[in-house]
Design a protein around this ligand. Structure first.
Ligand SMILES: O=C(O)CCC(=O)C(=O)O
Ligand SMILES: [Fe+2]
Length: 307
């Protein structure tokens, strides 16, 4: 059976995806090769990503979910008419970005940085690893998901060989909307070279308007590749690949793979996920994401140069 006969109409960033077999499809599950790291490395080179279905302990992931929904409740994001664990939001909650929920949160910290995941990366890289101290935590309410981008513009001041780990805290239906990746896009350096090496926190010191904006913490370049997922696909070729994720799954991919997410088309449910980064310990690291209170994209993270 073709993928499109099993897939409902999908939406991303307010656009309907074109649902023909050459434009949309399912992620390849690499859990069959979970112990075979040479094969996993080969698949990352070829596919640009690994989708590791059921690799993590589901109960541990759901315990982490409970800690996050408790944090979201305390932050006033949840609708008190529902049990916290449901993750039902108050109307109009939109795209909630709450990295602080992962700080001082041992269930999330242990899941991401102490158990099977760091061991996975250690074996994948074949040497000691380190991770960013900063964890991106997203609780996405009904509405648009994330627009198409590569991660490098946000984290390219150290190595370019690090990887993102995207992890859902709960099951994610097509309606709730998980991650999608653009097949083969990591190999389209011809189309990416003028986009992917730009740093979102760099600015031209000698352009007064840019310098002023940067010093006020604003972005001259947001890192977005496009606001139109079907159009990006038509330009790059390949298919938008996604799936219905389950608690216990994770996705990993490199800095050059174009990705986005499906829109959240539920009435009131939050899609909760995190993205974390892992790299070889011996590689240089982007200082914006290191330390107890990393500078990130704040004014402290801006870097001026003469253009
Ligand atoms: O969760 C999302 O919507 C976006 C995730 C993402 O961009 C990432 O993991 O790098
Ligand atoms: Fe990303």
């Amino acid at each position: 059976m073709s993928a499109t006969t099993t897939l409902p109409q999908l939406h991303s960033f307010g656009h309907e995806l074109e649902m023909t077999d050459d434009k949309v499809g399912l992620l390849r599950d690499s859990s069959d090769a979970a112990e075979d790291f040479p094969e996993l490395r080969r698949r990352v080179a070829e596919d640009g990503y690994l989708y590791m279905k059921g690799y993590l302990d589901r109960d541990e992931v759901l315990a982490a979910r409970a800690s996050l929904t408790a944090g979201l409740a305390a932050a006033g994001v949840l609708d008190p008419a529902y049990p916290e664990i449901v993750g039902a939001c108050k109307p109009g909650s939109g795209y909630v970005f709450k990295p602080e929920l992962t700080n001082n949160n041992p269930t999330v910290q242990n899941l991401l940085y102490a158990g099977r995941l760091p061991e996975f990366y250690r074996q994948f890289y074949g040497e000691d690893i380190r991770h960013y101290d900063f964890t991106w935590l997203r609780a996405i309410g009904p509405g648009k998901g994330t627009n198409p981008h590569c991660d490098l513009p946000y984290m390219g001041r150290g190595t370019h060989r690090h990887m993102t780990c995207w992890l859902p805290y709960g099951d994610i239906s097509y309606e709730l909307g998980g991650l999608m990746v653009l097949e083969g896009s990591h190999q389209r350096t011809d189309l990416l070279e003028h986009y992917v090496y730009r740093d979102v926190d760099a600015f031209c010191e000698n352009k007064p308007k840019e310098a002023e904006a940067a010093k006020a913490g604003k972005w001259a370049f947001t890192g977005t590749l496009s606001h139109n997922p079907p159009m990006v696909r038509n330009k790059f070729g390949g298919r938008w690949l996604t799936t219905e994720f389950k608690a216990g799954d994770f996705m990993t991919f490199g800095m050059f793979l174009v990705h986005a997410s499906l829109d959240n088309r539920t009435q009131n449910l939050l899609r909760i996920s995190s993205d974390a980064r892992y790299q070889r310990a011996s590689d240089p690291i982007d200082e914006r994401w290191v330390g107890v209170n990393p500078p990130g994209h704040s004014t402290a993270g801006k870097r001026g140069r003469i253009c």
